[in-house]
Design a protein around this ligand. Structure first.
Ligand SMILES: *Cc1c(COP(=O)(O)O)cnc(C)c1O
Length: 355
């Protein structure tokens, strides 16, 4: 158990009211959680303080070599006013997998979850009430040694900030277009693709700009060695329904193991679908699309939950999927998962955690 000191703000901000647009990731609540790490001493001084700027040496290692990791989850407002998290223990586990890869010290899982709950509790009035809205939670660790040598830092900060965010789909689920990227790659086996870390996103920007400029909402990555096998999309895992089966790339070390992905595989199996986690080549996908066997395509991630894909572009091939409509399974998964997250449906798997 962490002994978290709480210092409340003396100048609380105005909380956005119903009807005010929230967008994503630019409004922050009144407080944040901070804990420091010092070699020899371990994690210390867990505290909740007013949200504000932090000071770092311009030589802080994170600014030069990117030794950092982050997580992303949400707090949801139930109809009865309760506040829920979704599987936060999975974020805590994944954080330590990322930490291992980046030579960042472990954060005990129960401390991670306790810190998330504590800061959400302090700012619980900021969890918005409108349909589809949520409080986005961003835990992250940065390396802070003021030292330009390349080595693991000996000091770190673990910080959690909170941002009320609007409904991902302002006007209901809508299919998006995806650009299959055949020039840039995001990650390779042995690299850090499975870790949630800023460097992977830095590597992704050029392809994202390219996809946007071509009128597509996100880039889909192929494997970094042969540029042949499907990996994932921007900040989502990807799933296909082919001939009645659900197929998704297996976790091979270069793909981020999404908690939404894991939950959806679980639901599909519960519902009697055969789920294959395996390598899937872009050629197989294109062939399935042309033969009419590719029934549904959707991305999965905390932000969108489920994002139907209506169009895929690969080189000169533009593939329409589902005639602009949302697939039946895609919709059902969206309804089930959001129902569990917002407390509108029973939670037989114990995924919902009350704050
Ligand atoms: C966070 C993330 C995902 C989705 O993970 P969830 O736990 O489902 O939100 C997928 N891909 C990448 C690259 C990510 O960073």
């Amino acid at each position: 158990m962490l002994d978290i000191k709480i210092q409340k703000t003396e100048s609380p901000k105005r909380i956005p009211q119903k009807g005010e647009p929230l967008g994503f990731g630019h409004i922050f609540t009144d407080h944040m959680f901070i804990m420091n790490y010092t070699e020899g001493k371990g994690w210390h001084d867990p505290r909740i303080v007013p949200f504000g700027d932090i000071t770092l040496s311009p030589a802080a290692m994170v600014l030069h070599y990117g030794q950092e990791m982050f997580e992303g989850l949400k707090a949801y407002r139930g109809d009865n006013g309760d506040v829920y998290l979704f599987r936060p223990d999975m974020n805590a586990k994944r954080a330590n997998n990322s930490n291992d890869r980046l030579c960042i010290p472990h954060i005990p899982e129960e401390d991670f979850v306790q810190a998330v709950k504590a800061v959400v509790d302090v700012d619980r009035a900021w969890v918005p009430y409108e349909e589809g809205t949520s409080l986005y939670i961003r835990p992250f660790v940065i390396s802070t040694d003021p030292h330009l040598g390349v080595a693991p830092s000996k000091t770190y900060m673990f910080i959690i900030i909170l941002s009320p965010s609007g409904a991902y789909y302002e006007s209901g689920l809508a299919p998006v277009g995806i650009w299959i990227e055949d020039e840039y790659v995001r990650a390779v086996r042995g690299g850090m693709g499975f870790a949630k870390t800023g460097g992977n996103y830095a590597a992704s920007l050029a392809a994202q700009v390219k996809a946007h400029d071509s009128g597509y909402s996100q880039a889909l990555w192929l494997d970094g060695v042969e540029r042949k096998y499907i990996e994932e999309v921007g900040s989502m895992n990807i799933m296909f329904k082919i001939n009645g089966k659900v197929v998704t790339p297996m976790l091979n070390g270069s793909i981020l193991p999404g908690i939404t992905r894991d939950s959806i595989i679980h639901l599909c199996r519960e519902w009697g679908y055969e789920v294959e986690e395996r390598r899937i080549s872009v050629d197989e996908l294109v062939a399935a699309a042309h033969s009419g066997e590719l029934e549904e395509v959707f991305g999965t991630g905390t932000a969108a939950v489920v994002s139907p894909v209506g169009k895929l572009r690969y080189k000169d091939d533009v593939i329409d999927i589902g005639g602009g409509k949302i697939g039946e399974l895609t919709q059902k998964l969206y309804d089930e998962l959001t129902g569990i997250q917002w407390g509108k449906k029973p939670d037989p798997y114990g995924w919902r955690v009350t704050v």
